[in-house]
Design a protein around this ligand. Structure first.
Ligand SMILES: [Zn+2]
Length: 108
């Protein structure tokens, strides 16, 4: 059975950093852990739930602190505001914070 039906790749076009800024004109810049990360649905930049890898100290009575955290682009990510879910890469907008900083400097 070799049917040559082309499967439509239902890949939704992702917003660019510029389009995200047009959609959410009040985006605030981040400059640390959340650089270039934003929710494509609601524009939240404050907090996200992200599946992370880390090394914990485990004792009989539980865990005790953790060391460096790490996450990949394909890790699970959920918006802390609207609960939009996806992968980290769906929330990354390359160049977003450079654009925001430039825009802010222009306004000063
Ligand atoms: Zn959101």
């Amino acid at each position: 059975m070799s049917k040559s039906t082309k499967t439509l790749k239902g890949k939704p076009r992702k917003l660019t950093a510029r389009r995200l800024m047009q959609k959410f004109p009040n985006l605030q810049p981040n400059d640390n852990c959340l650089t270039n990360i934003a929710c494509p649905e609601c524009g939240n930049r404050d907090q996200f739930r992200i599946e992370m890898k880390s090394v914990f100290t485990l004792r009989d009575d539980g865990t005790d602190g953790y060391e460096d955290t790490d996450w990949g682009r394909n890790a699970y990510c959920q918006c802390g505001q609207c609960q939009h879910e996806g992968k980290v890469c769906d929330f990354i907008f390359a160049g977003l914070d450079d654009l925001l900083h430039t825009a802010n400097e222009a306004n000063d």
